[in-house]
Design a binder for this molecule. Sequence first.
Ligand code: URP
Ligand code: ZN
Ligand code: ZN
Ligand code: ZN
Length: 468
Amino acid sequence: GPLGATPTEILVDGETVTALFVPGSLPEDLRGSLRDGPDSSVDRVIDATGKYVIPGGVDVHTHMELPFGGTSASDTFATGTAAAAWGGTTTIIDFAVQRTGEVVEESLAAWHAKAEGQCAIDYGFHMIIGGVDDQALKAMDYLVANEGISSFKLFMAYPGVFYSDDGQILRAMQRAAESGAMVMMHAENGIAIDVLAAQALARGGTGPVHHGYTRPPELEGEATNRAAVLARVAGNCPLYFVHMSASEALAVVSAARGAGHNVFAETCPQYLYLSLEEHLGAPGFEGAKYVASPPLRTNTASHHDDLWRGLRTDDLAVVSTDHCPFCFRDQKELGRGDFTRIPNGIGTVEHRIDLVYQGVASGRLSLPRWVETCATTPARMFGLYPRKGVVAPGSDADIVIYDPAASTTISASTHHMNLDYSAWEGFQVAGKVDTVLSRGTVVVAGGEFHGRAGHGRYLRRGLSQYLR
Ligand code: URP
Ligand code: ZN
Ligand code: ZN
Ligand code: ZN
């Protein structure tokens, strides 16, 4: 078979994988029932000959219904998780949000209320701590011990919204170092960015491309380094950098990992493929479709190549989407004439498995690294393994059959996200999700959706399984 693939037969009972057989080792009674059909002990046989059978994708960075910039992300938990399933993702971890002045437990309850009974696939939560104070620090411990939330996102960007200063970050990291929780960092120097953005607007630079010019990669690198230093000072707090976009930031992570620290990072498809010039700098207001933070990077430097290298070397351990969709017509529009008012985010939850597979198809990534970065490692990173992220006896039967011989073209006219455009419009994809099982239930097959809102269950997570 293809490099990295092994022919296997998989037995599923109810919601769980119960056995794997290498060819020829299938017991005679089962072998017989595969032939005999209806009156056998096996209810259903799915033939995946010539296709890859991989663990369901685990997308650890989504923002369903996120209130941001005077509007809310356009995918609900119902539409966003159905779209995820279409694309071979069977678990998401979404970001519940606590803002300054809010009680963490109440913010979490509000997030549960949005998701409960709505999800087509299983889901967990990270908690954004937007207001680090004594009460929030105590709540972090409570969430780890009682709510199955073992990871907390802090922001060095967005002053006045989610921003934490260095003192707040240090205190949260000290707390996390004690409990073993993971701090997830949005590493951009938001104070400096706000100065550059105000200066750009004052000069008449109002269009989407200025979002990119005013958030230079140096300010991601600087914040990444500062966070890594603070984590060390805090007593080696486990640290995970979200949505890494820049060579400067990756270099910091490589050095910290080389020195043996519990430092990890993810990137997202947009930072592997899209650029400041071609996309954010598109004519007119088109660039608003590609406004996300950090911004798409210039294609005159080596960001894309460096990120692909990071995926190969494991300095980038995970590919998530940072799925945060806003419609072009009525939401991105809020920032026409002032790029700082464009809601930040791109919607990709449906396309992550396909987009990373292009790395395999083009020889940039091995087949096992595709599975690791999209399913196995994110599950381990956030305490879901081996229930998720692997096809093995005892694990949930979250299984994707992927057809490497098929192909598709991404378009807003055929995607399932609640989004009126696609950042990936016209993108040619080699390979295609064929069949998707979530806990033993077929949710996608034969080009049809068989899932339902409410099938997905809340996942209580343990600590990261990568800590030393
Ligand atoms: O632009 C982005 N990334 N929007 C979502 C919020 C965040 O910072 O992850
Ligand atoms: Zn962020
Ligand atoms: Zn995000
Ligand atoms: Zn809309």
